[in-house]
Write a protein that binds this ligand. Structure first.
Ligand code: ITT
Length: 193
């Protein structure tokens, strides 16, 4: 039987990605689907802090099992930026194009283009809190390639691949992505419960 689990996000790309990894043992509900339409302030200075803050916020209101994630693109030559600011790097909104432009501009002339995506998931299950993380290393290329995925995918080339995340079908990205690795840990844990 499927169990319901709230995923504290409004990003339907992510919900779809994670649902496809989890399979049908859990049915994910987005914030919109449970009628929560406010923005949860992401004020913590770390990915871990923000993931916990979001999960706790929803748990405090609904008292239901839930999880939240936070992801950042950490670029070595930019001292780990955009990191926790990845969504709002160039503007206040989630402007993927402007964010990519800013990163490409800041990397102009830099030889070291190493970067990694890192995802942290915070789960609140039956009142206890757990965290899981996943990371994937790669490099930022000089111009966009591909139209799949979202965010920084068109400029992220994972190590060992000749395709950017935006040139890969979702199933391929799901095998190696930061979020997939963190979600696999989450799913392994949920299955053991
Ligand atoms: P919620 O807070 O509503 O969950 P979000 O868009 O802020 O949605 P994240 O915190 O997970 O999502 O990610 C922050 C940003 O990092 C996101 O807006 C993208 O720009 C980027 N990002 C996250 N995952 C990515 C991925 O798999 N590929 C490319 N960029 C990604």
């Amino acid at each position: 039987m499927s169990r319901e689990l709230i995923f504290a996000t409004n990003n339907l790309h992510k919900l779809e990605e994670i649902q496809s990894i989890i399979g049908d043992s859990f049915v994910l509900k987005s914030l919109q689907q449970i009628g929560f339409n406010e923005d949860i302030p992401e004020t913590a200075p770390t990915l871990e802090g923000n993931a916990l803050l979001k999960a706790q916020h929803i748990f405090n209101i609904y008292g239901k099992n839930c999880f939240a994630d936070d992801t950042g693109l950490e670029i070595e030559a930019l001292d780990g930026r955009p990191g926790v600011f990845s969504a709002r790097y160039a503007t206040d909104g989630h402007d993927f194009e402007a964010n990519i432009d800013k990163v490409l501009y800041e990397l102009t002339g830099k030889e070291n283009r190493k970067a990694r995506f890192r995802t942290v998931i915070a789960l609140i299950l039956d009142g206890s809190t757990y965290t899981f993380d996943g990371r994937v290393s790669g490099e930022i290329i000089t111009e966009r390639r591909g139209s799949a995925g979202f965010g920084y995918d068109p400029v992220f080339l994972p190590d060992g691949y000749s395709f950017t995340f935006a040139e890969m079908p979702l199933e391929e990205k799901n095998k190696i992505s930061h979020r997939a690795l963190a979600v696999n840990k989450l799913v392994g844990f949920l299955k053991s419960k």
